[in-house]
Write a protein that binds this ligand. Sequence first.
Ligand SMILES: Cc1ncc(C[n+]2csc(CCOP(=O)(O)OP(=O)(O)O)c2C)c(N)n1
Ligand SMILES: [Mg+2]
Length: 652
Amino acid sequence: MTDPTPQRTVRLTVAQAVVTYLSRQYSVADGHRRRLIPAALGIFGHGNVAGLGQALDQLSDELPFIQGRNEQALVHIATAYGKATRRHSTLAVTASIGPGALNMVTGAGLATVNRLPVLLLPGDTYATRHQGPVLQQLQHPIEADTSVNDAFRPVSRFFDRITRPEQLLTALPAAMRALTDVDTGAVVVSLPQDIQSHAYDYPAEFFAERDWPIRRPAPDADEVAVVARMLAEAEKPLIIAGGGVVYSGAGEELEALADAAGVPVAETFAGKGAVQRRAWWGLGGIGLEGTQAVNALAREADFVLTVGSRLTDFATASHSIFENPDVRFASINVNVHDAGRLGAIGIVADAKRALAALTDAVRANGTTTSAGWQEKVRELDERWQALRTAALDPDTPFDHSTADPDVVSDTDAVLTQGQLIGLLQEHAQSGDTIIAAAGGPPGDLQKVWDATEGRFAHLEFGFSCMGYELPAAIGVRLAEPDPSKRVLSLLGDGTFLMAPTELVTAAQERLPVTIVIPENHGYQVIHRLQMGRSGREFGNEFRYRDGSLEIGSQKPARLEGDYLQVDLVKTAEGLGARALRATTADEVRAALADTRDHDGPVVLVVPVIPHADLPGAGVWWDVAPAEVSEQETVAQLRREYEEGLASQRWYG
Ligand SMILES: Cc1ncc(C[n+]2csc(CCOP(=O)(O)OP(=O)(O)O)c2C)c(N)n1
Ligand SMILES: [Mg+2]
């Protein structure tokens, strides 16, 4: 027996160990190896400056640091980077303790809901507790080990708090595993401020390069056979493609199945652009912001195959869209819970592999849809395309008789948001990305954007978080540095006012991104919903108070005056962007062309006619008006809602 050779160790602080470790991690997907976490973003405070701040400075060659303005926005940047790399890579974000850490919680929620990887490294209060409360510490009266960072737990896929240096040895590999898992999300490694600076003798091998394969779970042959049989028996099948198709890179396999079986394909928000080839069966969005063609087909379908989607209420019209009493559901999903939505028979596997196996079975069985179903698909889509083309045409003046005259008259807008999208569509080249998340833009893009042939649509609609869009443009740009591929975010005036500040970061890093703001003076998508559920404007348009606000007075004045005067161009200029205002179609064309090669952030403000909406999707949504009210409009809307409620079904 010889004595075991003592393990070689390296003495590092916890923070230095974290940064060193992160700089040595790789993901491997389909044979392609890349850094799993190539950079870190952050804002320092006393909770991380001496620990992680020192380590990031010392190791800045290995893990470059990007300074930001708002921690939530930094999480969005990192998450958008994760989405743009199809979850093969992400960024780390560090924040101080207390408010800096908590600012990241919303971002964590967005990442986890959308199953996008992001690594969060918040500082935390003293683990040693020699002293306390430290600055910004929550003093919980009866749970002494609780800190504000416990708020991350419900919105994360992985959470750990490092109270001893050696815990990193198990915590960091577990964190990497969660980041590269098919069921990923926000991964939080909470780092008490004192522990960040503690030194420890770590095994040298801990810092060896390590590969994390992105798995493609194989389909079970029996499950494939069952779903293939269901498809063969169907007369009116429909496929719904979700984000899983995009993340799995399964577009070609999806197209092959649609071709082979002659099945129309609809897309969810996350699945937008899953179909890249133009074909008769590629139809676009389903549900609340879907096309009228897809929704008509969904109503009739007797078999629905969902691939890589959670099927939220926006896709299923709150469980009301599938009206055929004999409709049956099947699915392909890596997540067993999602695979079972709507009582579906699931193939629990990677989308690419499962679609390929299903296509083989379809070819072997000679499964194909009837000429009648295919004809119906073509007819409905043609009718929709005519409506779409008319709504997007920027050169035919908007017919004002179709809009509310009071509202239209007091803006200088000549374009509708649909016409603005028509102009963006005209400008979009293969390789460009358009981003949207909240307000009218994501729904409108979902409905009318042509995302085929490389005109990527990056729609975040799992959390639909106002404030994601602008940072997301930075994240997508970091993932796609080629400046000839334009990265453009379409976001409302309300959203811009909520979080414009990361423009400074885009200017600091000279990142070419274009932010297009349809200026419609309000939270207009919510106003639209409000009109349908309570029948009156209240608190959504950006209007001056028509009198003084006397809190406590009998009848305080309401927000019913003129539109607010807010200069978005000056705001954007002040934050370091090249900013322009364009009102007519030709001005928008010129502005897009002139700024396409600008090597920093561009903000284009375009007044759009409020309440001039795209053609409706024609489906119901479960948002309940008040059951009792003193307002007459509400009672009528409640009755209409209850009629809709009767269309809601339990599918299994
Ligand atoms: C952080 C956040 N707060 C609130 C909401 C609810 N919400 C959804 S859309 C919207 C209005 C957005 O206004 P704007 O950006 O101007 O777009 P518009 O509706 O006018 O198209 C609001 C308040 C949200 N999605 N996210
Ligand atoms: Mg708005």
